[in-house]
Write a protein that binds this ligand. Structure first.
Ligand SMILES: [Zn+2]
Length: 265
């Protein structure tokens, strides 16, 4: 676990840092971290395979829950881990996306892999390391603006600061929902609703009047309403590119937003 945490700090990607370690026959046989678009678990497995190491019966330590989808033709880490015969996996942190949360665990469990969690003090260390990189999350500044970002990066996070002067912000999260739509997520205590049939921000009178939950599907042209204790962010989906499975060469979402603060900070 400690070695996986050391390895995660070498990650070269934007977003959360991830490290992986493979142990076989009581020996560390390979390590990996995120680099050049390759996930840490795959990097470690490929490093072992390049040494012709038989991974059947091996144990993998990964600081983040292995993925179940890469958004491309590349095999996701969870099925890869099971396919090469790794029989035990220690997971540092479960994915924070509500839709992805525990999905890697389930794929591995269903494949017969024995699953364990990192020790709690190790999780605290990893969280401290990744907290240093929170500033790298894509950000917008209100009260009005627009952005285009790859929702597969940074855990789909897009943080909207109320204004240049008002440093308060609302965190929005986005995840693939196929063609011409996207799932909006709210992280507690923020909640989200679809402003159904509203075409413009001006049509929304009281943004707290909607039916709120932690997630909702937003189609292109529709408006998501994120509400917190201090204000509301209205986010219109202008364009969605959902990757090769849905006829696009990349993944991105284009948004316009409007922030309404309830009062001055
Ligand atoms: Zn992965």
């Amino acid at each position: 676990m400690q070695l996986a945490i050391e390895e995660m700090q070498k990650s070269e990607e934007r977003g959360p840092k991830v490290g992986a370690v493979i142990v076989s026959g009581g020996q560390v046989v390979a390590v990996g971290h995120c680099a050049n678009g390759v996930h840490a678990e795959r990097a470690a497995i490929e490093a072992a395979q390049s040494q012709r190491i038989d991974l059947r019966g091996a144990t993998l330590y990964s600081t983040l829950e292995p993925c179940v989808s890469t958004g491309s033709a590349i095999e996701a880490c969870s099925p890869l881990i099971a396919r090469v015969g790794i029989c035990s996996v220690y997971i540092g942190r479960y994915d924070t996306h509500p839709l992805i949360y525990r999905e890697g665990w389930k794929v591995l469990r269903d494949a017969g892999v024995v699953l364990r969690d990192f020790d709690a003090d190790m999780r605290a260390k990893m969280d401290a390391i990744n907290a240093q990189f929170a500033d790298h999350f894509v950000c917008g500044t209100g009260p009005t603006g627009g952005a285009r970002f790859d929702y597969l990066l940074n855990g789909g996070n897009f943080e909207i600061q109320y204004s240049e002067a008002d440093k308060r912000s609302i965190l929005t999260q986005w995840i693939c929902c196929g063609r011409d739509a996207i799932y909006a997520y709210a992280v507690q205590p923020v909640r989200v609703a679809l402003a159904r049939h509203a075409n413009s921000f001006a049509e929304i009178d009281d943004p707290t009047a909607f039916n709120f939950s932690y997630t909702t599907r937003i189609g292109v042209g529709e408006i998501a309403v994120f509400v917190s204790d201090t204000g509301v962010a209205l986010v219109k989906i202008v364009e969605v590119h959902s990757g090769p499975e849905y006829g696009s060469d990349h993944t991105s979402v284009k948004i316009e937003y409007n922030v309404r603060a309830w009062d001055d900070p």
